[in-house]
Design a protein around this ligand. Structure first.
Ligand code: NDP
Length: 276
């Protein structure tokens, strides 16, 4: 049988661990398939989605900066993709429609939020730092997990207001000196690109943080951002973005192959060995 082709579109893309993740599962479940990186430009979106339509590519993931711009090229978006206007998974349905779905929402829920009890979730105050492509997925994941006290802070204030138009219940905060208000929250989530390997980083010094606060960084490369190291030095429970990454991939894999792949120890070791 012909080898099936899968991949991820984005730009830049070389840092993506998605091929490591999916090729591990293809091997584990004896699927004759390969997952590749597709570095494309905006004007290459139509072509690559046509390849899904004519069955040259079986499934695609989408990353920065195309999660929104792929939408006009698809037959439709469904479920979380429809609610967030952010697509990270593409496949063909039985009627040969190209479908855009979002598995980042599930990734964030399964990676972190399902460990909290309903009682804990009800009283949690969450702060999301960032209002870019991934922010609506994090907002929706929090809402679905019954965490409704959500505040958003972003360098460009207008982008927070734009998200507030969609998710009316969120609060928005000014960027200036926001770090001094971190102790007002129970969960702080970094959804910016600040801290990415070889990129820019936060410049402020953290105040003394309440012991009960939980810090989640969506970044997984490096595995320990400067913020994570800072929080950890104050003995604050901190997570990187690896769990979110693994679980968004698990759900994409399910859409394409109808197998719910196991997240086992060797997979985590393999991914960690690929991180800085
Ligand atoms: P976008 O490029 O859409 O958004 C970037 C965000 O970072 C914006 O909020 C932007 O603010 C902010 N930002 C960038 N530079 C600066 C700066 N110098 N000072 C202050 N703020 C800054 O990216 P995404 O939303 O798609 O991704 C955000 C992060 O989430 C990335 O680090 C990505 O790796 C991570 N991610 C992780 C996933 C996982 O599975 N773990 C899945 C998806 C994303 P402004 O609006 O002012 O420009």
């Amino acid at each position: 049988m012909k080898k099936l082709l899968f991949g991820i579109i984005g730009n830049p893309i070389s840092h993506s661990l998605s091929p490591v993740l999916h090729n591990y599962w293809f091997k584990k479940y004896n699927i004759n398939a390969e997952y590749k990186l597709f570095k494309i430009k905006e004007n290459g979106i139509k072509d690559v989605i046509n390849k899904v339509k004519n069955k040259q590519i079986k499934g695609l993931n989408v990353t920065l900066p195309f999660k929104k711009s792929v939408i006009p090229f698809l037959t439709k978006t469904i479920n979380d993709a429809k609610e967030t206007h952010s697509v990270n998974t593409i496949f063909l349905d039985k009627e040969d429609n190209t479908i855009g779905e979002n598995t980042d929402v599930f990734g964030f829920q399964a990676g972190y939020l399902q460990t909290l009890s309903d009682e804990e979730k009800k009283n949690q105050k969450a702060l999301i730092i960032g209002a870019g492509g991934v922010a609506p997925s994090i907002i929706l994941a929090l809402i679905k997990s019954k965490i409704s006290n959500i505040t958003l802070v972003n360098r460009t204030y207008e982008k927070s207001l734009f998200l507030k138009r969609k998710f009316k219940m969120i609060n928005v905060m000014e960027w200036k000196n926001f770090h001094n208000r971190m102790n007002d929250f129970d969960i702080v989530i970094n959804a910016t690109s600040l801290g990415l390997l070889d990129g820019e980083d936060f410049t402020f010094n953290l105040p003394k943080i309440n012991k009960k606060l939980v810090y989640i960084d969506t970044i997984y490369n490096p595995s320990q951002t400067k913020m994570i190291l800072n929080f950890k030095s104050q003995k604050i429970k901190s997570f990187n973005g690896l769990q979110m990454f693994i679980y968004q991939g698990q759900k994409s894999f399910y859409f394409w192959n109808k197998i719910n792949p196991e997240v086992d120890e060797s997979l985590i070791k393999l991914l960690e060995s690929n991180l800085k």
